[in-house]
Design a protein around this ligand. Structure first.
Ligand SMILES: [Zn+2]
Length: 478
């Protein structure tokens, strides 16, 4: 069994050999049976995600027959001998579960550990251990991340890398002092979900063709939008891999018909770099040393790139440089936190970009969401009395939900699927966007005419097909 934890402070790369080499013994007790899964590589957004077997799940949850939501069973992490073992066991469990984050917090009378699974926080029972040993646990995490263990008043950030038989992960640590103790979030990067090819992201044939058409262009800007946790980065990574000429991609090169991979220069500015890809030049932005997205972009333009990925557009300066780069012979891809395609145009104009620039530079706008799929092992018809308020068209349909079983940690969900709203710019739409202030409604109308389907329509199809539950539809799409 090979396990390793390597530490590094404040965003620096892990120093080889600098961290403690740890091994797991037999003292894990209940934890030993966890996550005995074949492998951790996933396709798409968590479909087929390996789950921990059953060692981690206990507690009683009888299915209620009265139509109320199925009760969630508890996930546990118990049997720790020390803070060191607890932290190791937590990381192993989080990686085995495919969690994106682990949250630790302490209150006056309790402490709480939660994992973000499929986008939703799930509490992990730790008995009294975490409350009693909270300081030791936080000290251990700080040591791993190369942080100042004596500092309890200021926020700190660090990172370390971790590997076990379930997989490897870079872990970003954020510590924020609360009045009741330090709150710690471990963001688990590279823990799966990014190995997807474009074909595996759940795009329909027409959507995929549209997306690839935009990727083939030698210039312009592709924006992928949605709230945090909507899978934007996964979509862009899939696009990068295809441009990089990796197997499975149909593109085999582009843009401008150039050969892929070897034939083009791809640069990315990310915060953080979530997945390292051979053949792609990735820069991690660090505002603390004056390397923001805009700074990285300016430097990129002197590096003779074909393709530029900007992790996120947060301000006018970044947006302006990225748009102009898209107009001057570069294919630029980025993300924006907006709710819809129409909302994206509005945001770009509102942050101060000239309308003509938005109209001229944009090629494709994608708005996307991730929805949790019903677990196939415990799928059941949803009783009418358990239905949340839904659009009238859906009320008559037979809808489904997950009852909760050992396969899905008693959540009723297994994996996620993405839904998309896509609009390709054309001359009429460009003209409308260039005159946005004079007639914003015209832009919305043209977008509605051009999109293949709205997010709501895509969600309703999944709902009718029994892929997602009514509660999930309401959570994400209303
Ligand atoms: Zn299930």
């Amino acid at each position: 069994m090979k396990n390793a934890v390597k530490g590094a402070a404040n965003g620096a790369r892990p120093r080889p050999g600098s961290g403690a080499q740890l091994s797991f013994g037999e003292e894990f007790g209940e934890g030993r049976g966890e996550g005995r899964c074949a492998g951790r590589r996933r396709r798409g957004f968590g479909n087929g995600r390996p789950r921990a077997a059953n060692g981690a799940v206990n507690g009683a949850a009888k299915r209620r027959a009265n139509g109320a939501a199925p009760a969630a069973r508890r996930l546990t992490l118990t049997g720790q001998a020390s803070a060191v073992v607890f932290v190791e066991q937590m990381l192993r469990q989080a990686v085995a579960f495919g969690a994106s984050d682990a949250h630790l917090e302490k209150y006056e009378h309790c402490a709480r550990l939660r994992y973000r699974l499929d986008g939703v926080l799930r509490r992990i029972e730790t008995g009294a251990f975490l409350f009693n040993e909270y300081t030791s646990v936080s000290t251990r995490i700080k040591l791993l991340a190369g942080l100042d263990i004596a500092e309890h008043r200021l926020p700190q950030d660090g990172r370390f890398s971790f590997s076990c038989e379930h997989g490897a992960a870079d872990v970003r640590v954020s510590v924020v002092p609360l009045i009741s103790g330090e709150r710690i979030v471990l963001r688990i990067l590279d823990s799966g979900g990014f190995d997807s090819a474009l074909d595996h992201l759940g795009m329909g044939g027409a959507e995929l063709a549209l997306f690839r058409r935009a990727l083939r262009m030698s210039q312009g800007m592709i924006l992928v939008t949605g709230p945090t946790g909507s899978g934007k980065t996964t979509t862009l990574y899939a696009a990068l891999r295809e441009l990089n000429g990796e197997p499975g991609g149909e593109l085999g090169g582009a843009p401008g018909g150039a050969p892929g991979g070897e034939g083009i220069n791809i640069l990315t500015a990310e915060d953080p770099v979530e997945r390292r890809i051979e053949g792609i030049n990735q820069v991690e932005v660090r505002e603390s040393i004056g390397l923001g997205f805009a700074d990285a972009l300016r430097a990129f333009l002197r590096q003779d790139p074909e393709v530029i990925l900007v992790g996120e557009i947060r301000d006018l300066e970044t947006a302006d440089i990225a748009m102009k780069a898209g107009l001057t012979g570069h294919l630029v891809m980025s993300t924006l936190h907006t709710a819809s395609v129409a909302g994206t145009i509005t945001r770009l104009v509102n942050i101060g970009l000239p309308e003509y620039l938005v109209g001229a530079a944009l090629t494709l706008v994608v708005s996307q969401r991730l929805v949790r799929a019903i677990c196939p092992h415990c799928r059941e018809p949803c009783p009418a009395q358990a239905l949340p308020p839904l659009p009238p068209a859906l009320v008559a349909a037979q809808l489904h939900r997950g009852r909760g079983c050992a396969h899905c940690h008693h959540t009723g969900h297994a994996g996620r699927c993405a839904i998309y709203e896509m609009v390709m710019m054309d001359e009429d739409l460009r003209r409308a966007v260039s005159a946005y202030s004079a007639a914003p409604a015209k832009v919305t109308q043209q977008i509605n005419e051009r999109r293949l389907c709205s997010l709501q329509e895509a969600g309703q199809k999944l709902l009718r097909d029994g892929v997602i539950s009514p509660a999930e539809y309401v959570r994400v799409l209303t």
